[in-house]
Design a protein around this ligand. Structure first.
Ligand SMILES: Cc1cc2nc3c(=O)[nH]c(=O)nc-3n(C[C@H](O)[C@H](O)[C@H](O)COP(=O)(O)OP(=O)(O)OC[C@H]3O[C@@H](n4cnc5c(N)ncnc54)[C@H](O)[C@@H]3O)c2cc1C
Length: 444
């Protein structure tokens, strides 16, 4: 195995300023988890002048298992936060691409991100080490107080009836083994603590078994193709002997000279349980070695896997003064496994709703968050659920790629549908078709 890639951005340049917590802190809002969802929520609220405490059990910069792909939906959130300079052109951990190269059956097609009024026409990649620290840094620069190395253990309640959260309890361990515990008191709590959300568990909000789930595994390879202008997705995976493997794959080029190579398997597929994901990734990567340099000598860092919760798999999204944001609410797009933009957009909406509710002082006003998110994405996620059921069957996937892939117009529509990129007032017939389908589908 080759040595780990040297980071293009030193830790010091990425490390956001942190605070030490007193045993009892007070804030307008406490945000649990400083991933993209929590950090974006904190940044938006702090920019509205709210006093925000942002807690994470890790210290930034830190690694996180991901494909590192940032679609135009993420770029829009970056633009909104004024962070786009950090995502363009400069050789500081970010790379930009013009679209998606789809590999399916015998066909390979390059599809530029669509030109739309409502969305930028470019995407990017950045390791989560760089990306998450950038968003957390933006939250801090906006005025949020970030405390890292602090594990939240659950909500604290206003009274014994437990009908209204009044903050969270936390625990930390210093380098010398000293344990510290405390509470952050706040009238509103944001649970952005990822797919394993301790906050959702403590609230009794269970994962719905009827919503799709995926498992993803990824690794990095040094490659001469690191500066590819396209991100690649693979609809049919094969090993070195041409044997068909389940799942879908991706190769995303990164600015540090590596490729993020990964694959995902939907819970709707027969092989979901009982598959050795690492072995499958190694078999697939081995089969592409000539083209992409995905050999063992080029392999760097650990192979990591993680759950991908989709289609609102934890609802309601507001409960007893706690709002679930991002993976905590299972907000990943079932069509393509993208979760970063949904976490950030949900954070932006949460900030709007919370800001208003803090002014009116009415807890019921927080319900607007759940209602609005389901209105925005509910129909689309329902369609995604049907899609996941279909493509979980390899025969359906094979027929679709064999007969659908050669048609460019059709693939442009598929790209817009899967990447959830259409204009609100569409001039393009493809947008009309997709928007109508979303409206007709019952909300998830
Ligand atoms: C293999 C794989 C590939 C993926 N590829 C992509 C991709 O290319 N593009 C894309 O858009 N999405 C991708 N996703 C999905 C994406 O990673 C998630 O949707 C996204 O990270 C969700 O952001 P979040 O802020 O909700 O949660 P997270 O990013 O998980 O952040 C949660 C934060 O909460 C903190 N935390 C957790 N528990 C506690 C606690 N008790 N106390 C304090 N802090 C806590 C964690 O340390 C973490 O920092 C992928 C996922 C996987 C598994």
């Amino acid at each position: 195995m080759a040595s780990a890639p040297s980071p293009t951005v030193p830790d010091e340049a990425l490390r956001p300023a942190t605070v030490d917590l007193d045993a009892v802190e007070r804030a307008d809002v406490v945000v649990v988890g400083a991933g993209p969802g929590g950090a974006a929520t904190a940044a938006h609220l702090a920019r509205r002048g709210r006093d925000v405490v942002l807690l994470d059990k890790e210290s930034f910069p830190r690694d996180k298992v991901c494909g590192d792909g940032l679609t135009p939906r993420v770029v829009r959130e970056l633009l909104d936060l004024g962070l786009v300079d950090e995502a363009t052109g400069r050789s500081d951990g970010w790379a930009t691409q013009k679209g998606l190269r789809i590999h399916g059956g015998r066909t390979v097609m390059e599809l530029p991100w669509p030109q739309l009024d409502d969305w930028p026409a470019w995407g990017a990649t950045a390791s989560r080490r760089v990306f998450d620290a950038t968003i957390a840094g933006a939250a801090v620069r906006s005025g949020a107080r970030l405390a890292s190395g602090v594990s939240v253990t659950g909500p604290v309640w206003r009274d014994a009836t437990e009908t209204r959260a009044a903050g969270v309890a936390w625990r930390s361990e210093d380098e010398d083994g000293t344990i510290r515990e405390g509470v952050v008191r706040a009238p509103v709590v944001i649970a952005a603590d990822g797919p394993g959300s301790i906050m959702a568990k403590r609230l009794g909000v269970e994962r719905s078994a009827t919503r799709p789930m995926a498992v993803g595994v990824r690794s990095y390879y040094r490659s001469r193709r690191w500066d590819d202008e396209w991100i690649s997705s693979f609809l049919n995976l094969t090993d070195a002997d041409g044997g068909l493997l389940s799942g879908y794959g991706w190769i995303f080029p990164l600015d540090d000279g590596t490729l993020n190579v990964g694959l995902g398997l939907l819970s709707t597929s027969r092989e979901f349980r009982g598959t050795n994901y690492r072995r499958m990734l190694s078999a697939w990567a081995g089969g592409m070695a000539e083209e992409w340099d995905t050999t063992e000598e080029h392999h760097v860092g650990p192979v990591l896997s993680g759950p991908i919760p989709m289609g609102f798999n934890r609802v309601p999204l507001h409960q007893r003064g706690v709002l679930l944001v991002g993976d905590a609410g299972g907000m990943v797009n079932p069509f393509n496994g993208e979760g970063i933009s949904y976490a950030m957009e949900a954070g932006r909406l949460a900030a709007d709703v919370v800001d208003r509710a803090l002014t009116t002082r009415r807890t019921a006003d927080l319900d607007a968050y759940d209602l609005e998110l389901r209105r925005r994405w509910g129909g689309y996620y329902r369609l995604g659920h049907v899609f996941a059921e279909l493509v979980g069957n390899p025969t359906v996937m094979h027929v679709c790629t064999e007969y659908g892939m050669p048609y460019r117009q059709l693939m442009e529509l598929v790209l817009k549908l899967m990447a959830h990129l259409t204009d609100g007032s569409p001039a393009d017939g493809k947008d009309v078709v997709i928007n109508t389908l979303q409206r007709l589908a019952p909300a998830a």
